[in-house]
Design a protein around this ligand. Structure first.
Ligand SMILES: [Mn+2]
Length: 415
């Protein structure tokens, strides 16, 4: 084998993503199941090729001999370095399986005809079992609608949450055959007991993909899951991913929106859409009949309605003065509901890794209680947790708090 061509212009594969929290592991967004272990030096070398340049330009007049030549040859073979504009692998927007999966749940059987034939992940009383719907996790790796000036990283939220969830494997058994863990002392039972939980993988965006293309693909995937009776927990992603998730529901519903912000900012120009105003578009285009927002405390106007949909916001301080009866009466009694959780609803002491953190937020215990008290016995048609920011110095701590909310939402979806 000859030497690498030092005069060829190369660039780092734009699909290359580091695994949040790991200094040595990375993957290509086009194939998240294949993880590369790279040395820190290799990352430094790859960063030299953020803009297209030749190896000769990068290394000056040094001769390419032995190890360096081998390193470049490997980077080219692995397609971590590619010619600019060259073949970068598939960029079609389809769901891709991930490793690890959330709580080591089995992969969603995309091809299977009847998911009701699949066994529960955890033993436990759930009756009647025939009516129980599978709960499916889907990652929305998209953060291009983060407002300028706010840190990116929400696209890495699903991978971060899955890594943290490895401490809570749903399928692990103790020596007596019973399922491990997920016992919740406050509830007096195991979360997700008897539930059938699956991980459907990630819908990742790719460089140059327009929002409308991504949103349509996400609605399409969710619709396919709904058709097979699944209840979906969507993991973001910036909060705009909630818009295509809501668009996959066609019957009237109420929205429980847990967030530090209203997310109803007025558009600055036609077509303006971002994570701080997506709710306006959702209210105008989805069959939402009522919006209840909990944890709102950003210094912004509170509208009485959003695009004609009745809107009510309650701050953390106001919520501390609400008893359970008042919470249960917030949402209409006759509508199913969808719960959307922006991690910034929580206090930054609990979950600092979120792009638009606001002081004086909800405690984790309070947020968990609010969701159960408000939803009550109403059917939950879907849920999401968004704005978990990978790459933040406190990402793991924040992901642990996020995971608790996700497990609660999944437990509610599994009823
Ligand atoms: Mn939000």
């Amino acid at each position: 084998m000859g030497r690498v061509d030092t005069g060829e212009r190369l660039q780092v594969n734009p699909h290359l993503r580091r695994i949040p929290g790991s200094p040595t592991q990375a993957f290509l967004q086009t194939d998240p199941t294949r993880v590369f272990g790279l040395t820190p030096d290799t990352f430094v070398l790859l960063e030299e090729f953020t803009q297209p340049r030749t190896i000769a330009e990068c290394l000056g007049d040094d001769h390419l001999e032995g190890p360096i030549d081998q390193i470049f040859r490997q980077l080219l073979e692995l397609r971590l370095l590619v010619p600019p504009g060259g073949d970068l692998g598939p960029t079609d927007l389809t769901l891709r399986p991930t490793l690890p999966r959330l709580c080591d749940a089995p992969p969603w059987p995309h091809a299977a005809a009847d998911p009701s034939s699949l066994a529960p992940a955890l033993d436990g009383p759930r009756d009647p079992p025939s009516e129980q719907r599978p709960v499916v996790v889907l990652g929305a790796c998209y953060d291009d609608n983060t407002l300028p000036g706010y840190p990116r990283g929400a696209a890495g939220g699903p991978a971060l949450l899955r890594r943290i969830s490895a401490a809570h494997p749903l399928r692990e058994r103790l020596s007596d055959g019973s399922a491990l863990g997920l016992y919740d002392l406050d509830l007096g039972r195991r979360l997700l007991a008897g539930a059938r939980v699956y991980d459907a993988g990630d819908l990742a965006s790719a460089p140059g993909v327009h929002w409308s293309t991504y949103a349509a693909a996400l609605t399409h995937e969710l619709t396919a899951l709904h058709r097979r009776g699944a209840r979906v927990i969507l993991i973001g992603g910036d909060h705009s991913v909630t818009l295509p998730a809501l668009a996959a529901h066609h019957e009237p519903f109420a929205l429980l929106h847990i967030d530090a912000h209203t997310d109803a900012a007025l558009p600055r120009h036609a077509g303006d859409l971002h994570h701080g105003n997506f709710l306006r578009r959702a209210a105008a285009t989805c069959p939402i009949r009522q919006i209840i927002a909990l944890g709102v405390r950003a210094l912004q106007d509170i509208p009485p309605e959003i695009e004609g949909v009745p809107y009510r916001a309650l701050s953390p301080a106001q919520l501390r003065r609400c008893d359970d009866r008042a919470l249960a009466a917030l949402l209409p009694a006759d509508l199913p509901c969808y719960v959307s959780v922006d991690l910034d609803a929580l206090d930054p002491a609990v979950a600092p890794a979120t792009p638009a953190a606001e002081p004086d937020g909800l405690s984790l215990a309070h947020a968990r209680h609010l969701i159960r008290a408000c939803v009550g016995e109403r059917p939950l048609i879907g849920a999401d947790l968004v704005e978990l920011q990978a790459g933040h110095s406190a990402a793991d701590l924040s992901a642990r708090a996020a995971l608790r909310l996700v497990l609660d939402l999944m437990d509610l979806l599994a009823r």
